[in-house]
Ligand binder design. Structure first.
Ligand code: WQD
Length: 357
């Protein structure tokens, strides 16, 4: 029996102009859904939204606004008759959260509270929340299943865990609510067109963008934060996942919630590959992709880093029928394609209003 394509839904993507968000929007459109983006462009670029119609056909509306503004959220939910929300808007720099915890508690927690209150007011009960493997803290078991104990090591991670727990209480209090919290491991790569991707404005905290900016000549060399961990080559091992696989996982989560027999009120699901790579393996894979050796130097460990983080992705397979399909070579190739495009983008260019769809 040919499974009929899932019914088209109208999805609100908060933070939909961001790195993860824009790829989620593309995959939602590809799956035939309509998308409303709510973004304040604090950490994203209008040009990203303007390029989405060049990548995927379909209805995407941009609302420039702040998820912390409950009135705006309620109005958008009602006006566009939103069926479900994917909440991606939030601050995500671990180091910044350590330096300025109250900024993170204000923005991430108030943003989630105002969104959830808006959803209650508008009668929208389905939520996919962008959570993070950082909620596991120092892993007690590897690979990490969703049932592993949580324990955060920084304010950013605490905001993710606190929002998950807020959602627990909300689904208990309000029978209309249902949620899936997706715990991301290490998203990397870009849409193969090179039109959208991760291009941090300031010095990248994460490994992949730093390696890519070194490869393009924007940074002199990669600093390898420690080579004395208890891992095969001494450098940190992580579960890198292609952002297109991650984005597809969001579509699978939305469609599963509308599907039959989804009884869970709030389910946590890892989005990872289950395969780990070390820092040196990443540098080597990226060197293969760009065609020359990316320079690096081993320096001191970064405080707070763990030796290994690795997802047990079984629940995503069992519940969502989803698994990551793109390998490390593809992650590096797509990230490199985008990085080269981004370097060309240094020149400003006009975005015609019609581009915004
Ligand atoms: C990966 C590996 C570093 C940079 C973080 C957040 C997590 C999530 C993903 C938001 C580690 C090493 C890094 C560099 C290096 N973000 N490294 N030189 O730390 O696993 O996770 O990003 O949700 O919450 O904690 O990712 O890319 O920073 O580091 O050697 O310049 O690369 O030590 O082993 P991480 P990362």
């Amino acid at each position: 029996k040919v499974s009929k394509s899932p019914q088209a839904r109208t999805i609100l993507a908060t933070g939909g102009a961001g790195y993860i968000g824009s790829h989620v929007v593309v995959e939602l459109l590809e799956a035939g859904h309509r998308v409303v983006i709510l973004d304040n462009f604090e950490n994203s670029d209008r040009r990203t939204v303007a390029r989405i119609p060049q990548i995927a056909r379909g209805t995407v509306v941009l609302v420039e606004g702040d998820v912390r503004d409950r009135a705006v959220v309620t109005e958008v939910l009602r006006q566009y008759r939103i069926d479900a929300v994917i909440h991606l808007a939030g601050k995500k720099a671990v180091g910044q959260s350590v330096a300025d915890p109250l900024l993170y508690f204000r923005d991430n927690l108030l943003g989630a509270i105002s969104l959830l209150q808006g959803m209650q007011a508008a009668g929208v009960g389905k939520l996919v929340f962008s959570s993070s493997a950082t909620v596991y803290g120092i892993p007690k078991v590897l690979p990490i299943p969703e049932t592993a104990p949580t324990g955060t090591t920084n304010p950013y991670g605490r905001t993710k865990l606190m929002i998950e727990e807020m959602v627990d209480d909300l689904v208990t209090a309000d029978p209309r609510f249902q949620a899936i919290s997706l715990r991301y491991f290490n998203p990397v790569g870009a849409h193969p067109s090179g039109l959208i991707g991760e291009n941090p404005r300031d010095v990248p905290n994460n490994l992949f963008p730093y390696v890519a900016q070194t490869a393009i000549g924007q940074r002199p060399e990669v600093q390898v934060f420690g080579a004395d961990y208890d891992t095969p080559d001494g450098t940190g091992v992580r579960d890198y996942i292609h952002v297109m696989d991650l984005a597809r996982g969001h579509v699978a989560a939305i469609e599963r919630m509308f599907g039959p027999g989804f009884e869970d009120r709030h389910m946590r699901i890892n989005l990872g590959t289950g395969t780990g790579y070390s820092v040196l393996q990443i540098i080597d894979a990226f060197s293969q992709a760009c065609g020359f050796p990316v320079p690096y130097r081993v320096t001191a460990r970064r405080p707070g880093d763990v030796a290994v983080s690795l997802a047990d992705p079984c629940r995503a397979g069992a519940v969502l029928g989803w698994r990551a399909t793109r390998d490390l070579a593809r992650m590096c190739a797509d990230h490199w394609t985008f990085q080269q495009q981004a370097a060309l983008d240094s020149r400003p260019y006009l975005v015609a209003r019609s581009d915004l769809g």
